[in-house]
Write a protein that binds this ligand. Structure first.
Ligand code: ZN
Length: 139
């Protein structure tokens, strides 16, 4: 299925960066800070490297939604976010807060990737007023 991945290709702007590993799955940042120069509001992070990229390529990979959910779950565990999600969860709620958040992060990226052709390179930007990620074609 089509997924969003890190790429250094298309990093043509002076403020582009790709610290992630080429080809790894990327997701939106958990936290976007208030700094206008940090870059977290215009980058997605790699599931394995935990490093960010401003340029993102759509790739068609032999992965299922279940594979990607498992990978996202692992990312949240290894990044330490899972522990915070569990600590913040309502005791009476039987929903796994980590699994729920994994889907919350993952599904919008899959919906976006599904609409684009493999090889397409995009940039993302967090719209603070709309509290939403937006994208634009990079190439
Ligand atoms: Zn930041």
């Amino acid at each position: 299925m089509k997924v969003l991945t890190a790429t250094a290709s298309g990093a043509t702007r002076h403020d582009d960066f790709c610290h992630a590993v080429e080809g790894e799955i990327v997701l939106p940042s958990w936290v976007v800070c208030d700094s206008r120069t940090c870059g977290c509001d215009r980058a997605f992070g790699g599931l394995n490297s935990h490093r960010a990229t401003t340029t993102i390529m759509v790739r068609d990979l032999e992965l299922t939604v279940e594979d990607l959910t498992t990978a996202t779950f692992g990312y949240l565990e290894s990044a330490g976010w899972a522990e915070l999600l569990r600590a913040d969860a309502d005791a009476g709620d039987s929903t796994d807060p980590v699994a729920a958040y994994a889907l919350e992060l993952l599904v919008p990226t899959l919906v976006l990737a599904a609409q684009l052709d493999p090889g397409t390179i995009i940039r993302v930007a967090y719209n603070r007023r709309a509290d939403a990620w937006e994208y634009a074609l990079a190439s």
